[in-house]
Design a protein around this ligand. Sequence first.
Ligand SMILES: O=C(O)c1cc(C(=O)O)oc(=O)c1
Length: 289
Amino acid sequence: MSERIVSWHGAPSKPAYTPPPGAIDAHCHVFGPMARFPFSAKAKYLPQDAGPDMLFALRDHLGFAKNVIVQASCHGTDNAATLDAIARSNGKARGVAVVDPAISEEGLAALHDGGIRGIRFNFLKRLVDDAPRDKFLEVAKRLPRGWHVVIYFEADILEDLRPFMDAIPVPLVIDHMGRPDVRQGPDGADMKAFRAFLDSRPDIWFKATCPDRLDAAGAPWDAFARAVAPLVADYQDRVLWGTDWPHPNMQSAIPDDGHLVDMIPRIAPTVELQRKLLIDNPTALYWAD
Ligand SMILES: O=C(O)c1cc(C(=O)O)oc(=O)c1
């Protein structure tokens, strides 16, 4: 792997929708800069630099106040780039780390001090070589108080992951709703299974994110809006939203971030829903202290 890829829009439009003051982009990443923060030897893609200055400029352009920066798989378990971005944010960013499950208590405490409030377990085979459930469970049981676990999986392994996820004793946040097939509609098999999972315990949250990944028809992503709006309405106290910038691996179908923001009023049509989605819910998970 030698070619460094660009997966983000060079000049995203200004959204028609204006987020409320204090709105949080609760799923985004930083890449590098590589000269200071080299990518993991196990990285499955090698991106161009997309560092904190670019992220914060986009935040301001789109009308957001804060970011939750999720450690991208290309940085492996070295969270230095994510921590550096948080440190440069003037308190306007918090984060989710990816850790070696053998991390010490001191290591976890240092991440907490750096603004981390959760760890991410990634089960996508195209992104990571292995996902050791026993080790993940062990570290999930000794997280700092108030932390949660973010899990990224695809719909076809939801049932297989259930015993593992059921055993995690802290809140769960599911990336991109576990990647349902949105073409099945709001009552399709994938959404039904995901709802059953949400109903199994009250502390499972999810991100109503990534129309660009989940709706192959492309913008304006009508199938995504149709499938996801009822989910947001029915689980309005457990849903987060984010851009997913810089859209890892999306180099052949790069979304315009302004258009992504314009999905918000389609899946959360009232001011109250928008406040929960963009402020109350992410604040509860990431800025409780
Ligand atoms: O679907 C993906 O390719 C993807 C990758 C990553 C990552 O590399 O961390 O994060 C995401 O949220 C989504």
